[in-house]
Design a protein around this ligand. Structure first.
Ligand SMILES: Cc1cc2nc3c(=O)[nH]c(=O)nc-3n(C[C@H](O)[C@H](O)[C@H](O)COP(=O)(O)OP(=O)(O)OC[C@H]3O[C@@H](n4cnc5c(N)ncnc54)[C@H](O)[C@@H]3O)c2cc1C
Length: 108
């Protein structure tokens, strides 16, 4: 028996992966009456690009990979997806250096 605590996006995704790998007898325990009651059901619905993570870090790579996989998933399942890009602005001149760094990360 595999026990998973929490029916948020992580718990359900892990359960799905385990099922696809052939696991049986998975039990998901959720303290709420339904799924997605916490962060997973309340987030802003943005597919992050990982631009704020250290370049080439595992976090940045996984974020980008997840972004592409989720786009594919949405298209395959007919889930509406707005591909509007991202606008990052500065409020002060001193932030322009940081902005240029983010621009170069985005290009990469
Ligand atoms: C306001 C907000 C906006 C966000 N916007 C974005 C966004 O735009 N894009 C993005 O990618 N990410 C966003 N995030 C982050 C993203 O939503 C979370 O990283 C993700 O949902 C976390 O999933 P999770 O399964 O770990 O947590 P949760 O969805 O919180 O799931 C945890 C589950 O565990 C259950 N649980 C807890 N304790 C127990 C227990 N003792 N026994 C049984 N069950 C238990 C809870 O009830 C819950 O269902 C946002 C987060 C917030 C809060």
């Amino acid at each position: 028996m595999i026990l998973i605590c929490g029916a948020g996006i992580l718990g359900l995704s892990i359960a799905k992966c385990l099922l696809e790998e052939g696991a049986e007898n998975i039990l998901i325990i959720e303290k709420e009456g339904d799924i997605g009651f916490h962060a997973s059901g309340r987030n802003s619905g943005v597919l992050h690009a990982g631009i704020y993570y250290t370049p080439d870090s595992l976090k940045a790579k996984l974020c980008l990979k997840g972004n592409l996989l989720m786009r594919y998933f949405c298209k395959e399942k007919g889930i509406p997806l707005i591909e509007a890009g991202k606008v990052i602005v500065t409020k002060k001149e001193e932030e322009i250096k940081t902005l240029m760094e983010l621009y170069s990360r985005a290009r990469r």
